[in-house]
Ligand binder design. Structure first.
Ligand code: GDP
Length: 442
């Protein structure tokens, strides 16, 4: 989970504060000492930590906080606000040109995830109704052009290439001409990376910048590299000038320091985050939602958006009818499971629910394998069994278990869970009947 260690420590500290009725300056100072350590351990830049703690302290020891009825809550509120501000306050979007095409240059070191992210971003823009074009300008890394073509094809976005014999400036210019004559309104240039920041790379990028005059230069950095990512961002910003950062691999075992330091150090916002290797694992970055997640307050807004993006209205209506007429079967159950899985991994989803972040998740058995078994069990049932589980007797249970590579106990457990789900749904449906008490479900 993103920020797992940090979230856990902060939540522990604040639990102690909340349990105290009255707070003294000493309590606040002690809590801030813990917050400071937690941030440093999360690999947040030390100067950023110092400024942050000073700001929170200054606000938190004020009379109105300490004398309030809920001083602990007030301190958490201040930390939440300051964390949000640290990450840039509000969402920073792409600045689209009023005169299309908008030209976006993606830059970054090798391995940061630049090519993958270029594809992800193109896919996201396409979903938003844009007509993107990708230009392959990484002429050095073997197979980079092919890789961009592959991701382009996967997200259904055309890729302009001229092989690796022309200069990146010439390729960019020709690509932009191509895009303009083909009605593309966003052009994404995938530039070359290097293993380290070097002058040659910067010169090449500056040449493209001067010639092409992009509307946005987005730097892709790998959050797993912690403070290095922040140094890289500082360097690119000084030498080239960037408009924003895309932070990749936040799904990995990152301590989160980069996400909390980049903005304060470079004064450039994080615009998107990469949360996995799949091409739809890219999300806009919302400082306020991220702060809430760190503090274990959940992120219901992102969850709702995810649900909406994957929501199939027709299927929902069908499901509603089935519940009302009590025809909910194992086929529907499987369908639901797949819909939920489309929203991301189970732990990613749970992380967004208030109170589910950090520590709480650890104790929970969020076993993705379990879902694989559930699917296998349902798929091993015959059509009749899925529609009428009451016919599943002892010998059928044995057959299903061996067919799905599970045990009879696992099959029994699922049958029981299904029965409970069905009962619960019936109750909901009954409540929804007109004239019943609490009938707010339509
Ligand atoms: P480039 O050299 O910067 O163009 O990097 P690539 O796009 O080739 O990515 C390097 C590796 O990082 C690939 O294996 C990608 O699948 C992986 N990667 C990119 N973004 C993410 C992300 O957000 N999460 C995870 N887990 N892996 C990523």
């Amino acid at each position: 989970m993103v920020f797992e260690g940090l979230a856990e420590k902060l939540q522990d500290t604040f639990k102690k504060l909340k349990n105290k009725g009255k707070l003294t300056e000493k309590d606040v100072a002690e809590a801030m000492r813990e917050v400071r350590l937690a941030l440093l351990e999360a690999d947040v830049n030390f100067k950023v930590v110092k400024d942050f703690i000073n700001k929170v302290k200054e606000r938190a020891v004020g009379i109105e906080v300490l004398e309030s009825l809920t001083p602990g809550q007030q301190v958490i509120k201040i930390v939440n606000e300051e964390l949000t501000e640290l990450m840039g306050t509000s969402q920073s979007k792409i600045n689209f040109s009023s005169k299309p095409p908008t030209i976006i240059m993606l830059v970054g070191l090798q391995g940061a995830g630049k090519t993958t992210t270029t594809g992800k971003l193109a896919g996201m823009l396409k979903k938003q109704g844009k007509r993107p074009l990708l230009i392959a300008c990484d002429i050095y890394r073997p197979a980079a052009i092919k890789q961009l073509q592959v991701v382009g094809e996967k997200v259904g976005v055309p890729v302009f290439t001229m092989g690796d014999k022309q200069s990146p400036v010439d390729i960019s210019k020709a690509g932009i001409d191509h895009g303009m004559s083909h009605g593309n309104d966003v052009i994404l240039i995938d530039t070359a990376g290097r293993l380290h920041v070097d002058e040659e790379l910067m010169d090449e990028l500056k040449d493209i910048k001067n010639d092409v005059k992009p509307h946005e230069i987005l730097l892709v950095v790998d959050s797993m590299t912690g403070q290095d990512a922040v140094n890289v961002a500082e360097h690119f910003n000084e030498k080239l000038g960037i408009d924003g950062v895309i932070l990749t691999k936040l799904d990995g075992d990152t301590r989160g320091g980069a996400a909390l330091s980049v903005r304060a150090v470079t004064n450039k916002p994080i615009k998107f985050t990469g949360l996995g290797e799949k091409l739809d694992d890219l999300e806009p970055f919302y400082p306020d939602r991220m702060a809430s997640r760190i503090l274990g307050m959940g992120d219901m807004l992102s969850l709702i958006e995810k649900a909406q993006a994957n929501f199939d209205a027709k299927k929902a209506k069908e499901l509603e009818n089935k519940i009302k007429t009590q025809q909910f079967t194992f086929d529907d159950f499987l369908d639901q499971l797949e819909q939920v899985q489309k929203m991301g991994s189970l732990s990613q989803i749970l992380e967004m629910i208030p109170g589910m972040g950090g520590k709480q998740l650890k104790g929970m058995d969020v076993d993705e394998k379990e879902l694989v078994y559930v699917k296998a069990i349902i798929q091993s049932m015959t059509k009749n069994e899925r529609h009428d589980p009451s016919i599943i007797n002892g010998s059928r249970r044995k057959r299903i278990a061996s067919g799905s590579g599970t045990s009879v106990q696992q099959v029994n457990k699922l049958l029981k869970q299904f029965e409970q789900t069905r009962k619960m749904m019936k109750q909901f449906a009954d409540m929804a009947k007109p004239g019943k008490k609490g009938g707010k479900f339509k």
